[in-house]
Design a protein around this ligand. Structure first.
Ligand SMILES: Nc1ncnc2c1ncn2[C@@H]1O[C@H](COP(=O)(O)OP(=O)(O)OP(=O)(O)O)[C@@H](O)[C@H]1O
Ligand SMILES: [Mg+2]
Length: 1147
C-alpha cells in the first residue's frame, strides 16, 4: 500500500503549451478552441457547444499559438511587446533553467513531454532548426556553466539516448543490435536499469550535439527499417552530471531524464472497438501504463487507498519509477493543438495533465563521500596531466550560478527554496552536514525505507527485517564509504554513499548497472575522444560529398527524422537495395535486395527499377529508366520516401521544407485520382470544402501508406491478403440520401479463396500494429507463426455489406402502392445488383387498398390506423453471386422507429434469387412525424453477401411490438417514451382511463336510445293489441301512420306482423351488440385494474422488463377499447340502417 506522502513532498509540476495551426489545420479552416487568460490558466471550448468551456489551472501555460514573427534566421519571436507569445527561449527560461538549477544542487530532474501526435512535444524538447528545444539548450548551458567554474572542482557529464518501441529498448548510441532489444534488469541496490546501455562521457556541447544527431540517425534507420512510426516510440535522453569536490571528499550526483513520449492518441485508435484482437498489441502498453501509474499516484496523493502502483507493468514505467513518486523533481509539459478538430484529444491531454499534477515526489540532494582511490584519481585529473579534463580552468573568480533571469512574470517552476550556490566551494556542505540534511529531508518525505543511489540517481527503498537492522545498528559501518544513520524508525537504515561494492573501485559508475565494466573517468574520456576523432573525419567527408554529389535525402512522417539519412550517387552507375553488396544499401518495406540502379553520367542522373520493383517518381510508378531532376520525389518499395538533391549546378536556394511527408502522400493520392474535389463537392464549386470531406481525405492520406505497408508485410509473410482503401459513402445508408458523410474503410480480400472482409479505420490501424510485431519477429529470424486466432491477418468469415438500395416511401403517405426495381449501390457508387420490391397499403386483414382508398392529403391519415406490406420479390444480377457460385445473399431493412433491422431468409448458390417475402406493418395511430417520414425518407434495403463459413444474419422479431393480428407495429414513439421515462405509464393509464369513461358515456347514450326504442316497441305492441281486440281497431299508431293507399286488412296484418318481427329482430341484434360490448368492457375493466396494480419493481435491473410488460398491457388495453368501440359503432350503425329501411318499408 502506498502511504499518503508527507505534506512537504515535491509535487509534479505541469506546464501546457499550445502550438500554431499546422498546414493541415489551416487547410481545414480550423478554429482555435484553446485560450490562456493568465500565466497559468488554460481554457478549452467545445466546438459543438461553445457554451461548454472547461478551465484548467497548471503551474505554467505557454501561448505559442499566435502573436509571433519569424526572423530571417527562422527563429520564432514575439511580434510586438504586448504579445503573449511564448517562444523556445521563454520555455527554456522556466523549464530548462529549473532543470539546471536542480542538477547543480544535486537533485535528479525529469522532464516529460506528453500530447497527441503532432502536438509539439519534440518541438519543445528537441526543437527544429534554429528554434532549439529544451534538451540542446540545457546541455549547452550546462557546459557553458562548467567552463566558467573553479579549477579545484571536477565535473563529469555522460550522455545516453534510448528508444522504447513496442516494449523493446533500443540503444540509440550503439550500432550493436540485439534481438528483442536491451534488457531492463532490476538490482536490489540500484533499482531498474538498462543492461548494456551506452553512456558516453562528454566534454563539451558540440559532442552532445553530435551524439544527438547520431541517435536521431539510428532512430530514423530503425523507423525506415520497419517503417514503424516514431510517433509510437518513446525517446529517453539521460544526462548524468557528477560534481566532485576532492578537498571535501564529496560528490554530488544528478540524473537528468528528458523524455519525449509517444503520441498519446494512438491509445484510442488502437483500441479498435469491435476488433477481436484489440488487446493484442503491446505498442501502447508503456503509455497506457504510464497513465495507470499516474492515476494510482494521484489517488494516493489525495489520501485514497492505493494497494499497488503498477510500475513493473511496462518498460517505460520501470525506468521512470524515480521520476514518478520517487527521487526526482519532475515536470510534465503537455503539448496541445489549438484546433477544433483535435478537441477530444486536447481535452484528454489536459485531463491527463491534471491528474499528473497531483503526483508527489520525494526529491533529495544526492551527495556521496569520495573514496580514497577516487580522490587520488580525481586529484590527478585536476592536476592537469589530462589536458582535456573537465575541471574548470583555474584562476577565474567563481561565476554566478546558472542564470535564473526572469524577464517576465513569476518565478520559475523550480523555486524549491533558497538557491544552494553550488559554485562557491565554501557553500558545499561538509559530509556531516549533508548527512544531516539528508536525514532531515528523508525523514520528512519518505520515512519508510533505506535508500541508495540507483542508476538513475534515484533513491531506492530497501526493506530490511528488524533482525537485520538490529544487527546493523549494533555493528559499525562495513567500510568508510557507507555511512549508516539510524532514523527515527528503528528498523530502517540509510545509506548516503555509493554501494560498497562499487565504491571500492575508482570512479565506479553505478548507473551503468552492476554488470557493466567499471573504468576510471580518465579512461572513459580517452576512449570517447578516439571515437570523436573518427566520427569527425567521417563527418567532414560527408559535408564535402553533400556539396559535390547528387544525393537522396530521406523524408519521414516525423519531421524530426526527415533529412537525417543521405545516400550519395557517385559518378558512374550504382545499385541500390537491401543487400550489403549494393553501393547504396537501403532498408525499408518492399525494398528488394537489388531494387534499382542509379547512373550519374555526363551531368545527368537517372533511376531505373530492377524487374518489378516498385519505384515511384513524383507520384507516378515508373517501369523504365527515368531522368531525375533536382527536388524530384522518389518512393522506393512500399513507402520509403526520398527527396532527390541534384548536381550542384542544378541547385538553387529553394526551401526544401515544403517537400514534407504530406507533400509526397498528396502527390501519390493525386496520381491515384483521389483528391478533395473527387471525394465531395465543394459548395457550388466555390466556398470552403466541407470539413467532413476534408476529414475523410486526411484519413485517406494517412492510411494510404499504411495500407501499402500492410500489403507488403502480407506478401512477405505469405499471408495472401490484399488490402484496398475505400471511401464509404454513408449516403448509401442515410435514409434522406444526404451526400456529405463518408468514411474510410479497408477492403481485405484473400486472393486465393476470394473471402472478403471489411475493416474500419480503427480496426485496420490496430491490425497494422500487430502485423508489425509479427513482421519484426520475422525480420529478427524468430518464429513468426501464430495460432489462427492470434493472427492479425486472419478473421472469422463474416457477412459483407455489398450495397444499399433506396426505396422512396412517398406514395405510401397517399395510401398508394409502389412497385419498383431499384439498384443496390456499393460504397463506391457502383451498381452491385437490382432489387425488385413491392410496398402496398392494405387493410388490417391484409386486403390490398384500392384507388378509392387514396387520400389527397396525407393529413387525412393522421391519427388513423395504417397498414402496409413490404414485399421483397427478388434480387437480380448480383455481382457477388456471379463472382463465386458458392456464395449467398441476404437482405435487411429497417423502417422508421423499428429497434433493429429485419432480414430476409438467406439464399445460397443462386444467381438471381427469388425471395418472395412479405411483412405487414401497422401504425395504429399514424403520427405527424411518421407521415413526414414517409414523405421525405427512403426505405434503405441493404444487400449482404454471405460466404462459406460465415454466420447468417438473424431474422429475429425479438424486441418488436406486434398487433393482435401479428403485424409488426411501427410509429410506436409514444409507447417508447413510456418505456424510457418510466413515469409515463401512469399518465398513459389515466389517458386510457379517460377514454374508458368516454366510452361508458357513449354506452349510456346508446342505452338511452335502446330504452326509447323499447318503449316505442311496447307502445306499438299495445296499440296492436288494442286494434286487434276492438273494431275497427286496425288503426295504426300515429307514429306509424303512413299516408297513401292502404292494403287490404289480411294483407295489412301480415305487413304489420312482418314489421313487428323486423323491429323485434333489430332489438335483438341491438341487445346482442350491447351484450358483446358490455362483455368487452368487463374485460377492459379487469385489464385496467391489473394495470393499476402493476407496481414498478424495486430492483432497477428489472425496470426494463417491467416497462416493456407495462407497455404491452397498455397496448392490449388500448387495442381492446378501440376494437370494442369500433364493433359497437358498426353494429349500431347496421341496426339503425336496418331500422330505417324497415321504417321506409312500412311507410
Ligand atoms: N510551438 C511551436 N511553434 C511552431 N511550430 C510548432 C510548435 N510546436 C510544434 N510545431 C510544429 O508542429 C509540427 C509537429 O510538432 P512535433 O513534431 O513536435 O510533434 P510531436 O508531438 O512530437 O509529434 P509526434 O508524437 O508525432 O512525435 C512540427 O512541424 C513542428 O515544427
Ligand atoms: Mg515527436
Amino acid at each position: 500500500m502506498t502511504a499518503a506522502p508527507a505534506p512537504g513532498a515535491d509535487r509534479v509540476r505541469v506546464a501546457v503549451r499550445v502550438r500554431p495551426f499546422s498546414q493541415r489545420e489551416k487547410d481545414a479552416g480550423s478554429k482555435c478552441v484553446v485560450s490562456m487568460h493568465s500565466r497559468n490558466t488554460t481554457t478549452i471550448r467545445d466546438p459543438r457547444n461553445p457554451e461548454h468551456r472547461k478551465t484548467f489551472t497548471f503551474d505554467l501555460a505557454y501561448w505559442s499559438h499566435s502573436g509571433f514573427q519569424v526572423g530571417e534566421d527562422g527563429v520564432f519571436t514575439s511580434a510586438d511587446p504586448s504579445s503573449e507569445f511564448a517562444g523556445q527561449r521563454e520555455v527554456f527560461r522556466d523549464l530548462g533553467r529549473g532543470i539546471l538549477d536542480s542538477a547543480w544542487q544535486g537533485y535528479n530532474a525529469t522532464l516529460l513531454a506528453y500530447g497527441q501526435t503532432g502536438s509539439g512535444k519534440s518541438y519543445s524538447m528537441v526543437g527544429f532548426g534554429a528554434n532549439k528545444g529544451i534538451i540542446p539548450s540545457v546541455c549547452e548551458e550546462l557546459f557553458q556553466a562548467i567552463e566558467s567554474r573553479e579549477r579545484n572542482q571536477e565535473y563529469q557529464v555522460t550522455f545516453s539516448m534510448l528508444e522504447i518501441y513496442n516494449e523493446q529498448v533500443r540503444d540509440l548510441l550503439s550500432g550493436a543490435k540485439r534481438p528483442g532489444g536491451l534488457r531492463v534488469r532490476e538490482d536490489a541496490e540500484l533499482g531498474f536499469y538498462v543492461d548494456g546501455l551506452k553512456s558516453v562521457p562528454c566534454e563539451n556541447y558540440a559532442q552532445i550535439e553530435r551524439l544527438m544527431e547520431q541517435g536521431t540517425k539510428m532512430r530514423t534507420t530503425a523507423s525506415t527499417n520497419l517503417n514503424a512510426s516514431s510517433s509510437r516510440s518513446h525517446m529517453v535522453i539521460t544526462l548524468r552530471f557528477k560534481q566532485v569536490f576532492p578537498d571535501r571528499g564529496l560528490t554530488k550526483l544528478s540524473s537528468i531524464n528528458l523524455v519525449d513520449l509517444a503520441g498519446s492518441e494512438r491509445q484510442k485508435s488502437s483500441g479498435a472497438e469491435g476488433d477481436r484482437l484489440r488487446e493484442g498489441s503491446r505498442v501502447n502498453l508503456s503509455l497506457t501504463n504510464l497513465g495507470n501509474v499516474i492515476s494510482a499516484l494521484a489517488d494516493a496523493a489525495v489520501g485514497k487507498r492505493v494497494l499497488h502502483v503498477p510500475y513493473r507493468d511496462s518498460v517505460l514505467t520501470k525506468l521512470l519509477q524515480p521520476a514518478l513518486g520517487g527521487n526526482s523533481r519532475t515536470t510534465l509539459i503537455a503539448a496541445i493543438s489549438p484546433a477544433d478538430i483535435c478537441y477530444e484529444e486536447t481535452l484528454s491531454t489536459l485531463r491527463y495533465a491534471e491528474r499528473a499534477k497531483k503526483v508527489r515526489n520525494k526529491a533529495v540532494v544526492n551527495t556521496a563521500a569520495l573514496t580514497a582511490e577516487s580522490r587520488t584519481g580525481n586529484s590527478k585529473l585536476l592536476l592537469g596531466d589530462d589536458n582535456s579534463s573537465m575541471a574548470a580552468p583555474g584562476g577565474r573568480s567563481p561565476p554566478s550560478p546558472p542564470a535564473r533571469a526572469h524577464t517576465r512574470g513569476p518565478p520559475t517552476l523550480y523555486d524549491f527554496g533558497p538557491y544552494e550556490a553550488p559554485t562557491k566551494f565554501e557553500s558545499v556542505p561538509s559530509p556531516a552536514q549533508t548527512q544531516l540534511r539528508l536525514v532531515t529531508e528523508l525523514s520528512s518525505s519518505a520515512p519508510e525505507g533505506a535508500r541508495a543511489f540507483s542508476p538513475g540517481g534515484a533513491i531506492l527503498t530497501r526493506w530490511r527485517s528488524s533482525a537485520d537492522s538490529r544487527r546493523e545498528s549494533r555493528a559499525p559501518p562495513e567500510n568508510e564509504n557507507e555511512t549508516c544513520c539510524n532514523l527515527a524508525f528503528p528498523n530502517l537504515r540509510l545509506s548516503t554513499s555509493l554501494p560498497a561494492a562499487l565504491a571500492a573501485r575508482p570512479s565506479a559508475e553505478p548507473w551503468l548497472g552492476p554488470r557493466a565494466p567499471q573504468f576510471s573517468w580518465a579512461h572513459q574520456l580517452a576512449q570517447a575522444r578516439e571515437e570523436w576523432r573518427q566520427h569527425h573525419v567521417a563527418l567532414a567527408q560527408e559535408q564535402q560529398m553533400l556539396k559535390t554529389l547528387p544525393h537522396l535525402l530521406n523524408v519521414n512522417e516525423d519531421p524530426q527524422l526527415t533529412g537525417v539519412l543521405k545516400y550519395f550517387i557517385q559518378a558512374g552507375s550504382c545499385d541500390a537495395g537491401r543487400a550489403a553488396s549494393n553501393a547504396i544499401t537501403l532498408q525499408g518495406l518492399g525494398i528488394s535486395d537489388k531494387h534499382a540502379s542509379f547512373t550519374n553520367l555526363d551531368g545527368k542522373v537517372t533511376v531505373a527499377p530492377h524487374g518489378k520493383c516498385k519505384v515511384v517518381v513524383n507520384g507516378v510508378t515508373i517501369t523504365a529508366k527515368t531522368k531525375l531532376q533536382h527536388l524530384d520525389r522518389v518512393i522506393l518499395g512500399s513507402n520509403s520516401a526520398y527527396l532527390y538533391i541534384g548536381l550542384p549546378s542544378e541547385r538553387g536556394g529553394q526551401d526544401l521544407r515544403r517537400f514534407d511527408y504530406d507533400f509526397f502522400q498528396l502527390e501519390r493520392a493525386a496520381a491515384e485520382g483521389v483528391s478533395v474535389d473527387k471525394l465531395g463537392t465543394r459548395n457550388g464549386g466555390a466556398g470552403p470544402t466541407d470539413p467532413s470531406v476534408l476529414a475523410v481525405f486526411q484519413d485517406y492520406i494517412e492510411l494510404m501508406p499504411l495500407v501499402a505497408e500492410a500489403n507488403q508485410m502480407s506478401e512477405e509473410l505469405k499471408k495472401g491478403l490484399k488490402m484496398e482503401l475505400k471511401v464509404k459513402n454513408l449516403a448509401s445508408s442515410d435514409s434522406r440520401g444526404y451526400d456529405l458523410q463518408k468514411e474510410v474503410m479497408v477492403k481485405v480480400t484473400n486472393q486465393r479463396t476470394h473471402e472478403v472482409w471489411v475493416w474500419s479505420k480503427a480496426k485496420f490501424i490496430n491490425r497494422k500494429f500487430l502485423m508489425e510485431e509479427l513482421y519484426q519477429r520475422f525480420l529478427d529470424g524468430e518464429d513468426s507463426c501464430v495460432a489462427q486466432e492470434d493472427d492479425p491477418f486472419w478473421d472469422p468469415m463474416e457477412a459483407v455489406h455489398l450495397g444499399s438500395a433506396h426505396v422512396w416511401l412517398q406514395p405510401l403517405a397517399y395510401c398508394m402502392e409502389l412497385e419498383e426495381q431499384v439498384a443496390f449501390l456499393g460504397c463506391d457508387g457502383l451498381e452491385e445488383a437490382l432489387l425488385h420490391i413491392h410496398v402496398r397499403p392494405c387493410s388490417p386483414t391484409g386486403r390490398a387498398c384500392g384507388e378509392e382508398d387514396m387520400v389527397m392529403d396525407p393529413l387525412e391519415l393522421l391519427g388513423e390506423r395504417m397498414d402496409f406490406q413490404v414485399h421483397i420479390v427478388r434480387c437480380l444480377g448480383a455481382t457477388w453471386l456471379e463472382e463465386d457460385a458458392e456464395r449467398g445473399v441476404q437482405m435487411g431493412y429497417r423502417i422508421y422507429d423499428l429497434p433493429h433491422a429485419l432480414y430476409t431468409k438467406p439464399i445460397w448458390k443462386t444467381e438471381n434469387p427469388q425471395i418472395e417475402e412479405s411483412v405487414q406493418f401497422t401504425a395504429l395511430n399514424a403520427s405527424q412525424e411518421f407521415l413526414n417520414y414517409l414523405q421525405t425518407n427512403a426505405l434503405i434495403v441493404d444487400l449482404w453477401g454471405l460466404q462459406e463459413g460465415c454466420a447468417e444474419l438473424s431474422c429475429s422479431r425479438q424486441g418488436l411490438m406486434v398487433t393482435g393480428e401479428g403485424h409488426i407495429m411501427v410509429d410506436t414513439k409514444d409507447m417508447t417514451t413510456v418505456m424510457t421515462t418510466g413515469q409515463t405509464p401512469s399518465n398513459r393509464t389515466s389517458e386510457l382511463h379517460l377514454k374508458l369513461l368516454e366510452l361508458e358515456q357513449e354506452t349510456e347514450l346508446l342505452r338511452k336510445v335502446n330504452r326509447a326504442l323499447r318503449e316505442e316497441n311496447l307502445r306499438l305492441r299495445e296499440s296492436l293489441e288494442r286494434t286487434s281486440s276492438s273494431q275497427p281497431a286496425h288503426e295504426p299508431s300515429a307514429a306509424l301512420t303512413v299516408a297513401g293507399d292502404a292494403a287490404p286488412w289480411p294483407e295489412r296484418d301480415r305487413e304489420r306482423d312482418r314489421e313487428c318481427a323486423q323491429r323485434a329482430g333489430c332489438d335483438r341484434e341491438f341487445a346482442k351488440a350491447l351484450k358483446g360490448f358490455y362483455r368487452r368492457m368487463t374485460t377492459a375493466t379487469g385489464q385496467l385494474l391489473r394495470l393499476r396494480r402493476h407496481e414498478p419493481p424495486e430492483d432497477d435491473q428489472m425496470l426494463r422488463p417491467f416497462v416493456q410488460q407495462q407497455s404491452q398491457m397498455l397496448q392490449d388495453f388500448g387495442d381492446l377499447l378501440e376494437s370494442s368501440l369500433w364493433t359497437l359503432k358498426t353494429d349500431v350503425a347496421l341496426i339503425v340502417k336496418k331500422k330505417r329501411e324497415c321504417l321506409l318499408q312500412s311507410e
